[in-house]
Design a protein around this ligand. Structure first.
Ligand code: NZQ
Ligand code: ZN
Length: 392
């Protein structure tokens, strides 16, 4: 294994009744806080009042930015950055799911520059500095609560793009699984598909395998497979919500990657679905995942697909490789479409094949997505086409 540096500077408060520490943590950075949230779920579940009480008790001056939309738009970043500059904000507090936290991260970076923050995405201008971000996670899915990444949409250019920087890693993360009791079944399913896919992106990467990391990732995948249906059936099951929440963070906080570079394939394919048709991120991934696995199976990728079948799904290793992979893909489909009840194809979303050419070109940035299987434009188009058909 090559050398690597692993530095995870996020302090985690896990479990109920920890939010009382929000004020003291934010006060470490100064007096002025930007408080970001979404469409109002935090007002319904009482989180808004609790977070505000803690910030007020610490004597902080709070400016609010509400209405951050799912798949956050660059417009919200502009608004937040302006508020930061006008109010001399010292720390950004984000209370919500991945959309609110991602938006808050880019607001925190935009507050430190004088140029259009869309350039972080369109021109890949490096993010060198950001205000400190503290998050209060309300939905187990993206892992943004403990990672260095944020994804923003630009409806004008029909783009959805990610940016990453150590400066974006939250300083503190509050994770109370009980807060996710109110997450609707559909969002629980989509979030769980997202967590599973984050692990798969690293698992199916060209990498020197490390036994310890492989078994760790398989354990994480089994955690999602075991607990997502329980959380859907019994939304207030603390054990299920806690397992999903902690798995969401560890799926994507860099641990699984070890010394390997980040080479993700299914996410760029999915981001085009959200950018063009507004499909929920995790749902789009659920539709793409089995088609991708089917498309990339060949002599070279087979050993890893077999490992996935045997270790994650418990398929009999005595079967032929083809039988194992057939069963692994079928079990993945059964989990995503039957147990999580996610629609299994793109037709119902008004997706039309006319855009596949342009979408595929954007997904591979006019080149190749290098990874477990190198994907060019025609490969990606074929995967989109396979996503139009119901699964067998
Ligand atoms: O807006 P509010 O009122 O908060 O409602 C939200 C929203 O409507 C609701 N919700 C959140 N917590 C809830 C709740 N409803 C009831 N009870 C609660 N406790 O759920 C809806 C969806 O929320 P959203 O934040 O959009 O979902 P998610 O966490 O899945 O985030 C998706 C975004 O994250 C990006 C995705 O592309 C997408 O834009 N991602 C970010 C990543 C990262 N930073 O590393 C990686 C991921 O791959 C992903 O791309
Ligand atoms: Zn994702």
């Amino acid at each position: 294994m090559d050398n690597f540096i692993y530095n995870l500077p996020t302090k985690v408060y896990f479990g109920p009744d920890q939010l009382q520490h929000l004020g003291e943590e934010a006060a470490k950075y100064g007096k002025n806080v930007l408080f970001c949230y979404g469409g109002g779920s935090i007002k319904k579940n009482g989180l808004y009042d609790k977070a505000m009480a803690s910030l007020n008790e610490a004597g902080l001056h709070v400016t609010e930015l509400s209405g951050i939309e799912p798949n956050p738009k660059i417009e919200s970043v502009y608004k937040g950055a302006e508020l930061c500059k006008e109010n001399h904000i010292d720390c950004v507090v984000a209370v919500g799911g991945g959309s609110v936290i991602d938006c808050a991260k880019i607001i925190a970076a935009a507050a430190c520059v004088d140029f259009d923050p869309w350039e972080f995405f369109s021109k890949k201008t490096p993010i060198e500095k950001a205000l400190p971000v503290i998050d209060v996670l309300t939905l187990a899915a993206t892992g943004t609560e403990m990672d260095d990444c944020a994804v923003i949409s630009n409806p004008e250019t029909v783009d959805k793009m990610g940016a990453a920087s150590p400066a974006l890693i939250p300083k503190v993360s509050f994770m109370d699984p009980a807060v996710t009791f109110s997450v609707p079944a559909y969002q629980t399913a989509a979030g769980s598909a997202d967590i599973l896919n984050h692990i798969m992106e690293d698992y199916f990467a060209p990498r020197p395998n490390l036994f310890m990391l492989d078994r760790f990732m398989e354990g994480l995948m089994q955690t999602v497979i075991r607990y997502a249906p329980i959380a859907m059936e019994d939304p207030e099951n603390y054990e299920a919500r806690a397992n999903l929440m902690w798995a969401s963070s560890w799926a994507i906080n860099g641990f699984n990657r070890g010394a390997n570079p980040k080479v993700w394939s299914m996410h760029p394919i999915e981001h085009q679905l959200t950018a063009n048709y507004g499909i929920t991120h995790g749902h789009g991934l659920a539709i793409v995942t089995p088609r991708y696995l089917q498309y990339v199976r060949n002599e070279k990728t087979m050993p890893r697909l077999v490992e996935f079948g045997v270790w994650v799904w418990g398929i009999d290793p005595a079967l032929s490789d083809d039988e194992i992979v057939d069963q692994a893909i079928a079990k993945t489909e059964n989990f995503l479409f039957d147990q999580l009840k996610l629609t299994d194809n793109l037709k119902g979303f008004g997706v039309s094949e006319d855009r596949f050419d342009a979408m595929a070109e954007k997904a591979c940035k006019k080149g190749i997505i290098h990874g477990f299987f190198d994907l060019g434009k025609e490969d990606i188009k074929a995967i989109y086409q396979a996503c139009m058909q119901p699964h067998a």
